[in-house]
Design a protein around this ligand. Structure first.
Ligand SMILES: [Ca+2]
Ligand SMILES: [Ca+2]
Length: 82
């Protein structure tokens, strides 16, 4: 089991502390999401609350806590359950 922080770091391929659209698309591919780029971009936009084109840790955390489209990676525990 990995933590949300580990998960974020795994997605953040270049380690700059933000998830950009390229990193997000790679994640979608890794998860085998059968989605068009438009849908992936829409999901990205939904996570990117302030619209700066990057997903910060806090934005990722908020999305994760909402539980929308949570990827089935085995990363179940974000530290908020029970
Ligand atoms: Ca990054
Ligand atoms: Ca943002």
């Amino acid at each position: 089991m990995i933590s949300i922080r580990d998960y974020f770091n795994r997605i953040d391929g270049n380690g700059d502390g933000q998830i950009d659209q390229n990193e997000f698309r790679q994640l979608a591919q890794q998860l085998g999401l059968n989605r068009t780029e438009d849908v992936i971009d829409a999901v990205f936009g939904a996570i990117d609350a302030d619209g700066d084109g990057l997903i910060s840790r806090s934005e990722f955390r908020q999305w994760w806590d909402r539980g929308e489209m949570r990827p089935d990676t085995g990363a179940e525990d974000a530290g908020t359950m029970d």
